[in-house]
Design a binder for this molecule. Structure first.
Ligand SMILES: Cc1cc2nc3c(=O)[nH]c(=O)nc-3n(C[C@H](O)[C@H](O)[C@H](O)COP(=O)(O)OP(=O)(O)OC[C@H]3O[C@@H](n4cnc5c(N)ncnc54)[C@H](O)[C@@H]3O)c2cc1C
Length: 404
């Protein structure tokens, strides 16, 4: 027996699931849509624990989904915030090369940004860097004027309001526990009862591979949780940072390196690092989920990743345990920052898909299977690009799932 019938069920009330649900209610106003979120509130995980940056698209390989959806998505996000009165600011950022070895990579980033269509990119020297960020230090820097900041929890809440206003239904505290594919429908079992639907879109973030398995599909990837820990600059020292100061990222990893972010609230934070977590929702070092650990160890790609990246992983772990080491990484960008200027801040856990061959999936990835679509890799800049990711996902669902 099912309680209710829907045309489409979206699993996950993070920014991607909400943006997808909003796009469906806009495009198909007569469809019956249900969004299921296991927590009591939307945006309880990645979407509510991020840096709040509207990324410009400078980092991503030209032609990739990340590049295309981020550049258009950033403009769409700014427009959305403007239209709905959500606090935001296009403050720009500097990416700083702290050593000679980083200079060629900084130039590569400039070229990537240009290829991705970003306007106003400029390489500058020490003097001009000091005019923009008086306390930053580096040999050269890339100015990225289109980067901004916003409040993604407010964005998620607005998406939720718009879904409800368009007739969609959102159930929170509704964890999906099973998916049964019948000949004409899919039965979604949840902690709040069963629902039947013709299509399912899985946007379950840190659990998207598990939901895919629940549906009988082999995700072919495993979601690996990488915790990002922050320190906050104490208010008396917040004036050290005007906007956003980033290092040149290591191209072998999908993470940007610890940086400074002046958030939309004015608070300045430092981080996040990227430490392999021992639980999918492991916000603290002490959070260990033995089931999660066992599943990582049983996945062949995990050992291949460990063999390739153990040195970097140990470095991140050390910087997580040792505040002086974390501070030293920050001092490459801002020599005046000291241990006593920083107090522990929050943390977030990134869902990063890992392939069987040990490679971290670089681009966004969505996979259709029958009447289901699994969103398996939407790491940063997915909050920025949520509106354009949603368009791409709903286009795919229209084509592959016959969503109409
Ligand atoms: C530390 C950090 C910093 C970041 N900084 C930025 C940034 O500055 N800019 C940017 O653009 N991006 C940033 N990102 C990336 C961005 O936050 C994520 O890419 C984005 O939030 C992913 O959204 P999501 O909806 O896929 O995932 P989530 O927000 O994690 O949502 C998935 C939802 O699915 C729910 N769910 C899981 N299992 C079930 C189930 N069985 N039943 C029902 N519901 C379920 C979860 O409870 C969760 O709410 C950052 C991420 C982190 C972690």
């Amino acid at each position: 027996m099912t309680d209710s019938r829907y045309n489409v069920v979206v699993i996950g009330g993070g920014i991607v699931g909400l943006a997808v649900a909003r796009e469906i209610t806009r495009r198909f106003p007569r469809s019956r849509l249900l969004l299921l979120e296991k927590e009591a509130r939307v945006a309880s995980h990645q979407s509510g624990h991020n840096s709040g940056v509207i990324h410009s698209g400078v980092y991503y390989k030209p032609g990739s989904l990340k590049a295309r959806l981020c550049v258009r998505g950033a403009a769409a996000m700014i427009e959305f915030c403007r239209e709905h009165g959500i606090p935001h600011k296009v403050c720009g950022k500097v990416i700083v090369a702290a050593s000679e070895a980083e200079l060629p990579r900084l130039e590569e980033l400039r070229q990537r940004g240009q290829a991705n269509g970003l306007a106003g990119l400029r390489l500058i020297g020490t003097e001009e860097l000091r005019e923009i960020e008086p306390h930053a230090s580096g040999l050269r820097a890339l100015v990225v004027p289109s980067t901004g900041v916003t409040d993604y929890v407010a964005v998620c809440e607005k998406y939720a309001d718009l879904i409800s206003a368009q007739g969609g239904t959102i159930h929170t505290s509704a964890a999906v526990t099973g998916l049964k594919r019948l000949s004409a429908e899919i039965v979604v079992e949840t902690s709040r009862g069963e629902f039947s639907t013709t299509s399912v879109i899985n946007c379950a973030g840190l659990f998207s591979d598990r939901i895919s398995c629940m549906a009988g599909d082999d995700a072919n990837v495993m979601i690996v949780p990488f915790r990002g820990e922050y320190y906050d600059l104490v208010p008396a020292r917040a004036s050290l940072v005007r906007a956003l100061i980033y290092p040149v990222p290591d191209p072998r990893f999908p993470f940007l390196g610890v940086h400074f972010t002046r958030r939309i609230t004015g608070k300045v934070d430092a981080g996040p690092n990227a430490v392999l977590a021992s639980a999918r929702e492991g916000y603290r070092r002490t959070n260990v989920n033995l089931g999660d650990v066992a599943s990582f160890l049983a996945f062949p790609g995990f050992w291949r990743m460990a063999a390739q990246h153990w040195r970097n992983g140990c470095g991140e772990f050390y910087r997580s345990l040792s505040k002086p080491a974390f501070v030293r990484a920050l001092q490459r960008l801002l020599p005046e920052v000291h241990d006593e200027d920083l107090v522990p801040g929050g943390s977030g856990v990134r869902a990063q898909a890992l392939k069987r061959d040990g490679a971290l999936v670089d681009d966004f990835q969505f996979v259709s299977s029958g009447r289901m679509l699994h969103v398996l890799n939407v790491p940063s800049p997915a909050a920025t690009a949520s509106l354009t990711i949603a368009q791409a996902i709903v286009d795919t669902a229209e084509r592959d799932l016959g969503l109409a």
